[in-house]
Design a protein around this ligand. Structure first.
Ligand code: FAD
Length: 484
């Protein structure tokens, strides 16, 4: 049997390594992914403040796959033929080579099982002027973007040393962004770095976010129990911002980014602008925009994907009102309507938002999309590898493993300043990720396993995780012992 994994990110790479470990050598594992390097994305934050280089957070994939016996095709998947084509019943994927030697060449790869782990497409085009390539703002979403951001930061630090005042705006560049945690981490690392460089007094820092309130994180906020007290994550987050002298603007949709001005709309319908010298704004995500065709070349993209390009799996996509949504709507096995196709990580289509979807007084949607952070993405990679292995080995016709986001938890360590003595990080756990009011009627989550605290130990954990996950991704000895 041949298993093809699209995407060598956190979920796809985890899935591919585990498939190779679990399946006997007579079965083939193939990875199709456009970049020659793997990126530990969470540490891009540190690249973006100049504390790490792109080389510190990336490594070439091919040697790892060669060592493991996984075939690596450096290419970008374009379309899927889940029924084969014409008289050929074998399903296949069409991809376009991104390898320098064969750039643009079309490649056809057949499969018995397919895992779509193509993650997000960074949709900077959704907001005019957004993004580092064709726009006026910076990003830390890729190691290269983060490196460019650090260069700009260093330039500004020099200018501040000569007495100039600067305004930094960090946050989300669209009303439908997700991954607010990354912007949260970046703003605190930036603030910390400006302190370290002795220019904090020359900087005004503003956090601009689509979250209706700080601490929402696209998961509708959390209730954190520490030392017997229950604290809403809003209070926790606001106190961190106040302590650091960082202003915030919540509930915004950014309409346009001009060279030094951001135009945005707020939930109350008002329209405002903010000038900046440095803006790091996250883009909204879409899916990888793959197409799907039936055996007669008929377009069946809408059968497999939602309008945003995310792949539909075993979730409830009936579109019922927010008030009626519940934990059961969330996918468990990540199998699609084709029993040999799965989708994991950011590539799968969530059934609905976790934070209440809001609109501004003018009707503009301002609603954080559900995050699918590293830990759940990797867990999905693991359970899908296990299910496919069992199906190939004839143990079952249906997936044998499940990991609904309404049943599993997530841990996240958000750096708030990288220094072995004076640094800190917010260590957060939430259980489950999606509110499950059937099990936890009060807050939708367990108060025992949902927690958050800030401290120096968090920084050390974050640093340790950086090395541990890169070690694991390189498939070094006993890599599989390191949990997701
Ligand atoms: C700046 C930043 C900081 C973050 N910090 C944290 C953190 O501290 N903790 C945390 O838990 N999460 C963090 N996250 C989120 C985390 O990075 C994601 O949850 C995780 O990467 C999702 O995994 P994935 O496999 O779905 O997608 P990705 O890791 O993005 O992988 C997708 C893969 O698919 C490939 N691909 C794309 N298109 C195609 C195609 N057409 N064909 C084939 N392959 C394709 C990509 O090249 C990539 O290899 C952060 C995210 C950002 C942007």
């Amino acid at each position: 049997m041949k298993v093809v994994v699209l995407g060598a990110g956190i979920s796809g790479h985890t899935c591919a390594l585990l498939l190779r470990k679990k399946l006997s050598k007579k079965h083939q594992v193939v990875v199709i992914s456009p970049n020659e390097k793997w990126n530990w994305i969470p540490s891009n934050i540190w690249v973006g403040v100049g504390l790490m280089t792109p080389e510190d957070v990336t490594f070439p994939l091919k040697p790892v796959y060669d060592k493991m016996g996984i075939e690596f095709i450096q290419a970008k998947a374009k379309s899927i033929y889940p029924e084969g084509k014409g008289a050929n019943n074998k399903p296949f994927v069409v991809a376009e080579s991104t390898n320098k030697e064969s750039l643009g060449r079309e490649i056809t790869v057949d499969y018995d099982y397919l895992v779509n782990a193509t993650g997000p497409k960074l949709n900077f085009a959704a907001t005019p002027g957004l993004g580092p390539d064709n726009g006026n703002s910076l990003s830390v979403c890729t190691a290269e973007h983060a490196h460019e951001t650090a260069k700009k930061l260093n330039k500004l630090i020099e200018e501040m040393r000569s007495g100039q005042q600067k305004t930094f705006v960090i946050g989300t560049g669209h009303g439908l962004c997700t991954c607010e945690g990354a912007a949260f981490e970046y703003v605190f690392n930036l603030e910390f770095q400006l302190h370290q460089q002795g220019v904090r007094d020359k900087a005004k820092i503003v956090f601009i976010t689509n979250e209706a309130e700080l601490g929402d994180f696209g998961v509708g906020g959390l209730h954190l129990k520490n030392n017997g007290f229950i604290t809403p994550s809003r209070v926790f987050a606001e106190s961190l911002f106040v302590e650091r002298g960082v202003d915030w603007i919540t509930g915004t949709h950014v309409h346009q980014v001009e060279p030094n001005v951001i135009h945005y709309e707020s939930l109350d319908g008002s329209k405002s602008s903010i000038s900046f010298d440095f803006a790091m704004l996250l883009p909204p995500f879409t899916g990888a925009q793959l197409k799907a065709y039936d055996k007669n070349d008929g377009d069946i993209t809408s059968t497999l994907f939602n309008p945003g390009g995310f792949m539909k799996v075993d979730a409830d996509y009936s579109g019922k009102p927010y008030e009626q949504w519940n934990a059961e709507d969330w996918p468990k096995t990540y199998q699609t309507s084709f029993k040999n196709i799965f989708s994991i990580g950011i590539a799968f289509a969530p059934p609905h938002q976790i934070s209440k979807p809001l609109k501004s007084a003018n009707g503009t949607p301002i609603a954080p999309a559900p995050p699918r952070t590293g830990m759940p993405s990797a867990i999905m990679g693991r359970i899908v590898a296990s299910s496919i292995t069992d199906m190939i080995n004839g143990k079952s016709d249906t997936p044998t493993h499940a990991a609904s986001m309404a049943e599993i938890g997530a841990a996240c360590v958000a750096s708030a300043g990288a220094n072995p003595i004076s640094g800190s990080a917010v260590s957060m756990t939430m259980f489950p990720i999606v509110h499950n009011y059937n099990k936890y009627p009060d807050y939708g989550r367990s108060l025992t396993y949902t927690s958050g605290e800030i401290g120096l130990s968090g920084h050390w954990i974050k640093k340790l995780l950086h090395y541990a996950f890169i070690y694991k991704a390189k498939a070094k000895p006993f890599w599989w012992i390191i949990p997701e």
